[in-house]
Design a protein around this ligand. Structure first.
Ligand code: SF4
Length: 417
């Protein structure tokens, strides 16, 4: 991969970050002065709807999980705003709720580079003509964000709302519900937030990492953003790496190979049984021959989802690990939809029976049958995400399943990780 450095116009003197070291370029716990010194000032008065076209050219996709084209979200919100002179002005929400237990990149970003997130929130609001701004995040992120807001008058209108520590609290409609009612439950996915979200106003919800990228694209442009990554997956993304070693946050190029990520994480690929990519709603893969990308065939590309990269070391049992995760996910149903409320615990029960070596060859078929009953029938993505995780486990750990159904185990001591 080649990196191309792009300089800002001569008069400013600031140079854009180079290579994949972008979001943390201002160093740890950067205050406003160091932030501006590193990235240059962002002239908000010059930011308007044109930013949406720049985002389209950049190819930025959301970094919170669903990987929608970011410009589409802004365009849909701006369009609702232009519906008439009396149309309410949009609400813009920065979503830093990381209900995903294996994700910590957003907390890290808010702690280390809160000013980039604030820049992105202010710029996105300018682009869609927004008038109310919120930052929704766990309480642990508040001190750094409050300190950052206090350093700049333009940010003082941003309201902080605490996100509860629950898996589905980060879902976009749950974020809106939490701000409106204090209850972080998702609502009907047929309702478009861009038309009617908080207080029935057009509402734009963007992940905080997405906002940080917007802050840099607003400064340096689409060509700079695309100077790293691939044509189909440009730019960089943060990933939360967990597993045998210490937790770490890496910034990697789009379309990076999983082998390269393991190398950067100082993990020997030979010691890895499988990697869970994307989080609890993600997918287990054997790392060889896969790239981390929002695009590409499922045989060679794995979606980054919430930016989770969890390594299962060799000798650990992927079935026990998955059963434990599905137990957790079944308990995290918001209990609003029957298939989710009853189907996920039933699937967790069957998966546990396989994981703990019940010798009944009908169990896999039963798991598949339950998956078909639950799929596509929740008001939110929770059941479908859980089914995706289980399906990938059935595929990647097929040898282990055969061994378990024969009453044996392929791992050293059947440990979950
Ligand atoms: S699908 Fe599950 S988590 Fe989603 S809204 Fe329905 S009950 Fe809640």
């Amino acid at each position: 991969m080649t990196f191309k450095e792009t300089a800002l116009p001569e008069s400013t003197g600031w140079r854009a970050p180079f290579g994949t070291f972008r979001l943390f370029a201002a160093g740890t716990h950067a205050g406003f002065a160091r932030h501006v010194d590193t990235f240059g000032p962002l002239d908000l008065d010059s930011v308007g709807p044109e930013l949406i076209s720049v985002l389209k050219a950049s190819g930025l996709t959301g970094r919170g999980g669903a990987a929608f084209a970011s410009w589409r979200k802004l365009a849909a919100t701006a369009q609702s705003r232009s519906a008439g002179i009396l149309a309410p002005r949009p609400v813009v929400i920065g979503n830093g709720a990381e209900g995903e237990p294996l994700s910590f990149k957003d907390k890290t970003l808010l702690a280390e580079a809160p000013h980039l997130v604030i820049d992105g929130l202010l710029a996105a609001s300018r682009a869609v003509g927004g008038s109310q701004l919120y930052l929704y995040a766990g309480a642990a992120s508040f001190p750094a964000v409050e300190r950052a807001i206090s350093e700049r008058p333009a940010a003082r209108g941003i309201r902080l709302v605490e996100a509860p520590d629950r898996f589905i609290a980060g879902e976009a409609s749950a974020a809106v519900n939490a701000i409106a009612t204090g209850s972080a439950l998702p609502f009907d996915k047929r309702r478009r937030l861009s038309e009617s979200g908080l207080k029935n106003r057009p509402t734009l919800v963007l992940n905080v990492e997405t906002l940080a990228h917007i802050a840099l694209i607003a400064r340096y442009g689409a060509v700079w953003f695309r100077s790293v990554g691939s044509a189909v997956d440009p730019g960089t993304r943060l990933i939360s790496v967990s597993g045998p070693g210490p937790d770490q946050v890496l910034e990697v190029a789009g379309n990076e190979s999983l082998g390269e990520i393991l190398y950067s994480s100082q993990i020997d690929a030979a010691d890895v049984a499988a990697v869970l990519v994307g989080g609890y709603h993600g997918r287990w893969v054997k790392p060889h021959d896969y790239k981390l990308s929002v695009s590409g065939p499922a045989s060679h590309a794995v979606r980054p989802g919430a930016g989770v990269f969890h390594v299962l070391p060799a000798g650990y049992c992927g079935l026990e690990t998955t059963a434990r995760i599905v137990d957790y996910l079944a308990g995290e149903s918001a209990r609003q939809c029957g298939p989710c409320m009853f189907g996920l615990p039933a699937m967790a029960g069957v998966l546990n029976r396989i994981a703990y070596r019940e010798r009944d060859p009908r169990l896999v078929k039963e798991l598949e049958r339950l998956g078909k009953l639950v799929a596509g029938r929740g008001a939110c993505h929770h059941p479908d995400g859980t089914i995706q995780l289980i399906s990938s486990a059935l595929d990647v750990f097929s040898d282990e399943i055969k061994a378990h159904l024969a009453g044996t185990c392929t791992t050293v001591n059947g440990r979950a990780a």
